[in-house]
Design a protein around this ligand. Structure first.
Ligand SMILES: C[S@@+](CC[C@H](N)C(=O)[O-])C[C@H]1O[C@@H](n2cnc3c(N)ncnc32)[C@H](O)[C@@H]1O
Length: 413
């Protein structure tokens, strides 16, 4: 059995790793767990770490008011005061520990919460604390969407939507749905027959029979919209130029029933190896040629269509990856922007029509990249909301119940 002190120490270490090294939550968790003598309550500790990181800025504000400290341990203690009750069945342990923590508190938890409203004068700080997003994310959203819509994005972004794609290369939709419904409650997408939203399940998603048999695969709706924007058709020659680990490639194969010729390229040898295995297991490898290549330089081929699902800050992944809210890598946007432009420019040399997508809320990786490219912009898919400016479109969590992507279609001049 774990003790509250052990939980606080463990989660504080995970938080520290995320804050100082910008690690993803899973990576930070594994790193801390490896050094821990015996981690028995893996799921409890993981869920708490996730919630602490997701609510970091609010908890940090509350920790400063309650305990006079913004350190990682104080932040996790604040979590215990405000959020532990909904996580544990043993309410007595929570009540006892909470009482112990509050003995040293500088004010009541209610007054600490009220103090958030005092920040209202400064919109960025107020929204950053209220919804727990790094001020740089808040600033970008407010500048590009206005405060009201930015607030809706952030509020919705504090939920996770788990979409499953029925892998019709392995089973038909009805059979897959029957299998899923034995263990989970799912809501079909209103228009995409192969997409369902997981509402609740009796087991973690990776243990669902349909998922283990790869009849259903977790894939965010935004990622699916990027592939739909490409309009892959049987007979097409298609290049997926930043393809690993192959989720979008496998959807291209699924949508064309294996009747398009697909080249899937990626620069990373390790990720190419992973993609090879994944495509095989998904039943998508027969019509795909996998190559390891730097797609900025790939020169020998001609394609009808190309997808550039570019490397990026992943600043749009906050619904699933809470570390992004704390450590958004905004300063890397310029580096990625240069790489994205080069990938896109070469894609337009290789193919007539190009779809460009990034999981990012930063215009430096979306609208600004497209603005500098010598190509004709095609109409954005109707499902998307308008881009911040100019061509292309976006997915946003409060509209699509998905991650935040920028997606644009371009045609060679
Ligand atoms: C966002 S991920 C792609 C995800 C993938 N499309 C999917 O849906 O599974 C971006 C990928 O770009 C690859 N990459 C980065 N620079 C590249 C380059 N110059 N040429 C080709 N691939 C590159 C990375 O290795 C990474 O796998």
């Amino acid at each position: 059995m774990w003790t509250p002190d052990e939980l606080v120490n463990f989660v504080a270490r995970v938080l520290y790793e995320v804050l100082t090294h910008g690690l993803t939550l899973d990576y930070a968790f594994q790193r801390v767990a490896r050094g821990w003598r015996r981690l028995k309550s893996f799921k409890v500790f993981y869920d708490v770490a996730f919630d602490v990181v997701r609510n970091y800025f609010l908890l940090r504000h509350l920790a400063a008011r309650l305990f006079g400290s913004e350190g990682a341990k104080a932040v996790v203690r604040a979590w215990f005061v405000y959020r532990a009750e909904q996580y544990f069945r043993n309410k007595q342990i929570v009540a006892r520990y909470r009482k112990r923590l509050l003995k040293r508190a500088l004010m009541t938890p209610e007054d600490a919460l009220k103090s958030v409203e005092e920040l209202r004068r400064d919109t960025i700080t107020y929204l950053s604390v209220k919804y727990s997003y790094h001020p740089a994310i808040v600033k970008t959203l407010v500048e590009n969407l206005g405060a009201e819509e930015a607030e809706r994005v952030m509020e919705a972004g504090n939920q996770t939507w788990m979409w499953l794609r029925i892998n019709t290369l392995k089973a038909d939709v009805d059979k897959a749905l029957r299998l899923l419904e034995r263990e989970a409650d799912v809501e079909p997408h209103p228009r995409l027959s192969f997409m369902v939203l997981l509402k609740s399940a009796r087991k973690p998603v990776q243990y669902l029979t349909a998922v283990r048999e790869l009849v259903a695969v977790p894939q965010d709706l935004a990622s699916v919209y990027a592939v739909l924007a490409l309009e892959p058709s049987p007979g097409d020659k298609i290049a997926d130029l930043a393809a690993a680990p192959g989720m979008k490639t496998s959807l291209i194969v699924q949508l064309t029933e294996g009747r398009a010729r697909v080249v899937a390229a990626d620069v990373s040898a390790a990720r190419v190896a992973r993609m090879r295995g994944l495509l095989k297991r998904l039943g998508a490898s027969d019509s795909v040629e996998i190559i390891r290549a730097d797609s900025r330089k790939l020169a020998t081929r001609r394609f009808d269509k190309a997808l550039v699902d570019a490397p990026c800050t992943s600043s749009g992944a906050f619904t699933k990856e809470p570390a992004v809210k704390v450590y958004p890598r905004v300063s890397r946007a310029r580096h990625y922007g240069a790489l994205q432009r080069e990938l896109l420019a070469n894609a337009l040399r290789l193919a007539e029509r190009v779809t460009y997508s990034v999981c990012s809320i930063l215009p430096e990786e979306g609208e600004d990249v497209i603005a500098g490219i010598d190509a004709a912009a095609e109409r954005a898919p109707a499902e998307l909301v308008p881009a911040y400016r100019g061509p292309g479109g976006r997915t946003l969590p409060h509209v699509h119940r998905s991650e935040a992507f920028f997606i644009a279609r371009l045609a060679r001049l």
